[in-house]
Design a protein around this ligand. Structure first.
Ligand code: NIG
Ligand code: FE
Length: 396
């Protein structure tokens, strides 16, 4: 098996506190040896190990690839006119989801697959090496299954979001739809998913209340799926409390978390869901940015993700999420980078991801800068890209 040496690393961010210094485990003047997609060696200084291939970063920074733990990238169509209306003062209500459901149902599987592939590749080009992908634009058995199958082609981190909203054919019969999601739809979809998610939001058109959310999470749990909850996106709500009750892995958005919510999360201790902030959504829906400081100071684990979807955030830029978290949410550059890598991994229960350690996967991204601070210091400048498996194997 051939080995590739990555050298000339001005700053290696490992997220491994036993290896480097500071809260990101930083090693200056570093090198890494990779073989067969696995990190074989990490070192520093001028003496370089022998290898078959060499990638010289010439004074750039190497970080763990971003772990984007919340996306909706399987869909058809687009909603730029809804976006324009929002920028002219219309609020986001979730009503536009039905438009994407109609477009997704009528798209061919090949069309959906091609579009998903483009978005996943676009994310990789910006440094993302792991994506979670949700269903939720099918909302019937056949189309939810199609979405989950496609998601599976791109990631093991697949989430069943049958409880995204009540589809139009069930308008006025939300409980009947919840019965379908918890029953026949769950039976078909659970084998293709690892996670189950619910849009728990009293203010959104067709989203689900606390009891309905409990039902869906409990039905998922019977099939071995762990919960995730879209919580407190448009206003304070029951999502965080229900997520704790049901042992969910993550609450996402958390835009309007109350002090009581934070107390409940804190009281859950080790079992507290990760708080996943999606700051590009606040940016693109003109909601206030959440105060991440309050959540971090409560000792909770924080992740940052994109939420890439055609409605609230048609962006998969983890660098933008980091930059907004630093500029607008009270996070330090270190906290934000950790949240976008190891934090995302924690939200997905993947201790193997989000760090650069010997024996771990070579999920690596180059920052075209001497240190990681530039991610938010040079806001809006595309500095990051993931190293591809072909580059790492020397076959590029
Ligand atoms: O996470 N809030 C619910 N779901 C998505 C938006 C979906 C859409 O508008 O298409 C979100 O923001
Ligand atoms: Fe979402």
């Amino acid at each position: 098996m051939s080995a590739t040496l990555i050298c000339g690393i001005s700053q290696l961010v490992t997220n491994d506190l036993t290896m480097g210094t500071g809260r990101l485990g930083v090693i200056p003047d570093a090198h890494v040896v990779v073989s067969d997609g696995v990190i074989q060696e990490i070192g520093r200084g001028a003496r370089l190990p022998a290898a078959d291939y060499r990638i010289d970063l010439r004074g750039r920074c190497l970080i763990p690839g971003f772990v984007d733990s919340h996306t909706h990238v399987v869909f058809a169509g687009e909603r730029s006119s809804e976006f324009a209306a929002r920028m002219c003062g219309q609020p986001y209500t979730g009503g536009g989801i039905q438009k994407t459901v109609a477009a997704t149902r009528s798209a061919s599987t090949e069309e959906l697959r091609r579009h998903t592939a483009l978005l996943v590749e676009e994310a990789r080009c910006q440094g993302t090496t792991t994506v979670e992908i949700k269903s939720g634009y099918g909302l019937d058995i056949e189309n939810e299954l199609r979405m989950l199958q496609i998601a599976h082609e791109f990631t093991p981190e697949v989430t069943f979001l049958g409880a995204h909203v009540v589809p139009s054919e069930y308008a006025g019969r939300a409980d009947d739809y919840v019965d379908l999601v918890c029953g026949e739809m769950m039976d078909h979809c659970a084998p293709l998913a690892k996670w189950v998610d619910v849009f728990c939001e009293p203010r959104a058109d067709g989203a689900f209340d606390a009891d309905q959310t409990r039902c869906v999470l409990a039905a998922g749990s019977k099939h071995g799926l762990i919960g995730r909850v879209h919580a407190a996106q448009l206003g304070p709500g029951p999502g965080a409390r229900v997520a704790v009750e049901c042992g969910a892995a993550s609450i996402d958005h958390a835009t309007y978390l109350t002090d009581d919510d934070i107390d409940v999360l804190q009281a859950a201790g080790e079992k507290s869901p990760v708080v996943t902030f999606l700051p590009i959504v606040e940016y693109a829906t003109r909601h206030p940015f959440p105060d991440a400081r309050r959540v971090l100071d409560a000792g909770l684990t924080v992740a940052l993700a994109s939420d890439c979807n055609p409605g609230t955030c048609f962006s998969n830029s983890m660098s933008l999420a980091i930059s907004l978290a630093v500029h607008q949410m009270g996070m330090s550059p270190e906290e934000a980078l950790w949240a976008a890598t190891a934090g995302g991994a924690a939200a997905l229960h993947r201790s193997d991801l989000g760090r650069i350690v010997r024996g771990g996967p070579a999920d690596l991204a180059v920052v075209d800068a001497p240190n990681h601070l530039y991610l938010s210091y040079r806001t809006g400048v595309p500095l990051v890209r993931a190293l591809s498996p072909a580059e790492l194997a020397g076959t590029h």
